[in-house]
Design a protein around this ligand. Structure first.
Ligand code: LLP
Length: 421
């Protein structure tokens, strides 16, 4: 459920008409709903009620500080994967002891910044990284809390580009080697083992792969405890999928996911962390764009939008489907027609949808890409020297621009011309 609904024939975000935002900020833009963000966070929080837990929002999904602040004020922790994300979390007021640091290639500088600013734990991805975290901690005269990310060799049954839990993927340490690696960790004085981490992929639409992975983590917890390690925390990663179409897809709900976690891991008495990104932000955001031209091609009509692949990369990168709706509610019973919906970037890949059935649209009309809140704005680029598009946050009947569209002048000034030119 989200808060992007038609009211009086016009698409609204909560109580604000999308057309009013478009008139104020221009198109294209991203628009997020506070109520939807909070609702999704609360669903996870409630799903884990009864277990000691922390929902660490995977901010790679949408990392605007206003979004982070909204979630942090509701009690969320953060999962960060870079020094930049760590800095954003701190700037948004998230305390260090609610920030977990994931990511396969943490640098010395990133580790130092997190140890200095405060960190809940590092999720260690490899043995060389473990050695470096130890060295940096010792150089700062501190001890780094760590989990080791284990790779359970489970097929997440999702898009190959976002599956992370098979042995051929670059993530984590093979679970079969975990005991050896934990023994090494225990011998390093700059590290304190606090738990185990696992994340098998994103946009999972079935609980079974999670269950298989978590069962392996439960068995490993017992083994590691028998070896003398203090396993007090299990970080179970993110990955629960969302419905991208309103019709047939129905991924499991957070409450079902939470119940499965209790079933598989509840007896261990560990604190549970999860790192959902997409489910919190995905359906809490839309991208709004304007039709520039309707072009009649051979056997098809193209809707040429002012938004493009650089603004919303998912269709070009993963062949992802996003529902696209008219901002003016189509009259009931109006006959739909197929459109190829494209952006203005000079690549054929700049295609959002083919033969998408829509009520007839004309130049100047607004459309909204649904489910664009996660991995939308954060994956945008300035390809074709197109400015990064603004982000807007709605809260009830108010809205605020939470990231401005840069001017061409601002963009051009970022280049510097060497003396010899
Ligand atoms: N934790 C870790 C360690 C991750 O790598 C990820 C996502 C998450 C949590 C959050 O997963 P989520 O709950 O959002 O599924 N750009 C792609 C998705 C990449 C996901 C990368 N890792 C897309 O647009 O589909």
């Amino acid at each position: 459920m989200d808060h992007f609904l038609y009211k009086d024939g016009a698409l609204h975000a909560e109580d604000v008409a999308i057309a009013d935002i478009a008139a104020a900020v221009g198109t294209p833009f991203y628009c997020y709903s506070t109520a939807t963000l909070l609702r999704h966070f609360t669903l996870f929080d409630e799903a884990l009620a009864g277990m000691d837990h922390l929902v660490c929002y995977a901010m790679k999904a949408a990392s605007n500080q206003a979004i982070l602040k909204t979630l942090a004020q509701a009690g969320a922790g953060m999962d960060v994967v870079s020094g930049g994300e760590y800095a954003r979390a701190i700037a948004a007021g998230v305390p260090g002891d609610k920030i977990v640091f994931s990511g396969v290639g943490k640098t010395h500088e990133e580790i130092r910044a997190a140890l200095t600013g405060g960190i809940r734990q590092f999720n260690v991805e490899s043995e060389p990284e473990m050695e470096v975290i130890n060295e940096v901690a010792l150089s700062l005269g501190t001890v780094a809390p760590i989990t080791v990310r284990v790779n359970p060799d489970v097929d997440a049954k999702t898009h190959a580009k976002i599956a992370t839990g098979k042995s051929e993927n670059k993530f984590g340490i093979p679970i079969a080697r975990a005991r050896e690696v934990y023994a090494r960790a225990a011998a390093l004085p700059g590290l304190r083992v606090v738990g185990i981490d696992v994340h098998i992929g994103s946009q999972l639409t079935d609980l079974e792969p999670f269950r298989l992975a978590y069962r392996k983590v439960a068995a490993l917890t017992e083994e590691l405890r028998a070896d003398g390690h203090d396993i007090i925390r299990l970080d179970l990663g993110g990955g629960l999928g969302i419905p991208y179409t309103r019709s047939n897809e129905a991924p499991p709900l957070p409450v079902e996911y939470g119940a499965m976690i209790k079933e598989e891991l509840g007896h261990l008495g560990c604190e549970i962390e999860i790192e959902p990104g997409r489910l919190i932000a995905g359906n809490a955001g839309i991208m709004v764009s304007k039709v520039i031209y309707v072009k009649s091609g051979e056997g098809r009509d193209f809707l040429i939008l002012d938004g493009a692949m650089n603004d919303l990369l998912r269709p070009a990168m993963y062949d992802a489907h996003h529902d696209i709706v008219s901002v003016v509610e189509p009259a009931p019973g109006v006959e739909q027609q197929p459109y190829d919906i494209v952006g203005p970037v000079c690549e054929t890949g700049d295609t959002f949808a083919k033969e998408r059935m829509m009520a007839p649209l004309s130049a100047g009309d607004l459309v909204a890409f649904r489910s664009a809140g996660a991995y939308g704005a954060v994956m945008a680029s300035e390809y074709n020297t197109r400015p990064l598009i603004p982000e807007v946050l709605v809260h009830g009947d108010q809205f605020a621009v939470i990231r401005q569209r840069p001017t061409f002048d601002e963009m051009l000034k970022r280049d510097t011309i060497p003396d010899w030119l």
